[in-house]
Design a protein around this ligand. Sequence first.
Ligand SMILES: Cc1cc2nc3c(=O)[nH]c(=O)nc-3n(C[C@H](O)[C@H](O)[C@H](O)COP(=O)(O)O)c2cc1C
Length: 196
Amino acid sequence: MPDRLLVFYGSYRSDRLGIRLANYIVTGLRRRGAEAELVDAKEVALPMLDRMYKEYPKGAAPPPMEALAEKIRRTDGFVFVTGEYNWGPQPGLKNLTDHYLEEWFWRPAAIASYSAGRFSGVRSGTVWHGILSEMGMIVVSSTLAVGPIAQMLDAESRPIGDGGKALDQSFRRFADDLAWWTEAAREQRARRAPPY
Ligand SMILES: Cc1cc2nc3c(=O)[nH]c(=O)nc-3n(C[C@H](O)[C@H](O)[C@H](O)COP(=O)(O)O)c2cc1C
């Protein structure tokens, strides 16, 4: 059974660069045989958080929120692609994730950070680690750190130069790690119902 994976990305900027990394990861996961799909927070366009998904009466959540809840529930594992704004997470992605809670439970998540500079967004990636744990995901230990992103991926998300080669190498381990936990969590959920 192929792993069903969602790749989340959340910059709302017109000239955003992180979409290169998000698309690179989706393509790489598909090449490995996974059913991977991009969730672009800007495209989903949830409002600034008012009610969480679960606070709506059944069937009354706005259609894009309902559709994403269903997608998350069907998924075996997640990748969060995060840039860094002033040492912290990008608000668009954080806003999207905060709409859900139980929908995330009992699945692994991997973090891929990037930035325009050499710190590769790792400060934001570190913050996301705690956020995803709080939301019931098992955060895998392998990470991707991409920076300067424009020197590692071109506009079509193709790896370039030595940085691109290094990215391809670290992607293998990142994807192996996520795949191992994805399978483990899926099988465990099938063997024994989660305790809550
Ligand atoms: C509001 C803002 C704050 C930023 N803060 C940081 C930062 O703290 N660290 C960093 O490495 N880059 C920072 N940058 C540069 C980003 O790494 C760069 O703009 C990157 O392309 C943002 O991701 P995006 O293009 O997907 O929106 C910041 C950019 C913006 C717009």
